[in-house]
Ligand binder design. Structure first.
Ligand SMILES: NC(=O)c1ccc[n+]([C@@H]2O[C@H](COP(=O)([O-])OP(=O)(O)OC[C@H]3O[C@@H](n4cnc5c(N)ncnc54)[C@H](OP(=O)(O)O)[C@@H]3O)[C@@H](O)[C@H]2O)c1
Length: 263
């Protein structure tokens, strides 16, 4: 399949590891100019050099930025624009909010999760629109969670703000379709990354089960019978964020091995 990504500029936030990293690598493999970002400069340096080594694409750069901070987002966009020009494909990703239920989450954690999970998407999207509108072409893919379709136990912050992202994306898809800017939201469910490993460790502490037992119990709930691998998720991100996708917009799509039972 021709993704039509050669020469396009892709910004993947939160991409030093996990789903962001796997997606950035696949975009680089397809010939895009790729800007990586996360909070740790050291992790980014390693991630960028690994992607250059594996894909042979030299147009891979990075900029350390915390997407929950306005000033970091501004600096990130100044950097990508001066290196590659305007962003054609925006992948809105961030670290997950802390685990907890209604009684355990403190007031200030709500405000932090709002900035991290929802306002980061608002701010990054605002920044890409002038360039996308000028070109009459753009793709925005938000990484959220399977919680956009079904709440996850002990993850009330995700359950609250990810559905906000899906609602925002649906509205944006309608507003931006006349400019050929397509907006979609992906919900990963149990893709084996450090985030899932740390949630399994929390569950292990809560239940007294070993981490392996927690994982086996969790895999037993997934029709595919296993955790996904980041590349299986990244394939969908790259498709939605490419010219190969010409007519899918406003959708919330799960990559979850069949975990969520709703239609
Ligand atoms: N994996 C799954 O099955 C799954 C399921 C549901 C939801 N999700 C969500 O999908 C997103 C990606 O998950 P993942 O599994 O890839 O997690 P991961 O392996 O833990 O990677 C998280 C990435 O986010 C970066 N990051 C964290 N906080 C950041 C911030 N404030 N600003 C910028 N970058 C930040 C991290 O790098 P630094 O530490 O260098 O900043 C890292 O590159 C998360 O929001 C997660 O909650 C994942």
């Amino acid at each position: 399949m021709d993704y039509g990504l050669t020469g396009k500029t892709v910004l993947v936030t939160a991409s030093s590891k996990g789903l962001g990293y796997a997606s950035a690598k696949l975009f680089a493999q397809e010939g895009a100019n790729v800007m990586l970002s996360s909070r740790s400069e050291e992790a980014l340096e390693q991630a960028a050099s690994q992607i250059v080594k594996e894909t042979g694409n030299q147009n891979v750069a990075y900029c350390a930025a915390d997407v929950s901070l306005v000033s970091d987002i501004e600096r990130l966009f100044d950097t990508v624009e001066s290196r590659f020009g305007g962003v054609d494909v925006l992948i809105n990703n961030a670290g997950g909010p802390p685990a907890g239920n209604f009684d355990s989450i403190a007031e200030e954690q709500w405000a932090k999760a709002f900035e991290l999970s929802l306002m980061s998407v608002v701010r990054c999207t605002k920044r890409v629109l002038p360039h996308m509108r000028q070109n009459q072409w753009g793709r925005i893919v938000n990484f959220a969670s399977s919680s956009i379709k079904q709440p996850i136990d002990n993850l009330i912050l995700s359950n609250t703000f990810r559905t906000g992202v899906a609602g925002l994306a649906k509205s944006l898809a309608i507003e931006l379709a006349p400019d050929n800017i397509l907006v979609n939201t992906l919900g990963p469910g149990r893709i084996a990354t450090q985030r899932v490993a740390s949630l399994d460790a929390i569950q292990s502490q809560k239940t007294g089960l070993s981490i392996d037992e927690v994982r086996r119990k969790s895999e037993a709930q997934i029709p595919m019978g296993r955790y996904g691998v980041p590349d299986e998720f990244a394939q969908m991100a790259v498709f939605l964020g490419s010219s190969a996708n010409g007519y899918i917009t406003g959708q919330s799509i799960l990559v979850d091995g069949g975990l969520v039972r709703s239609l």
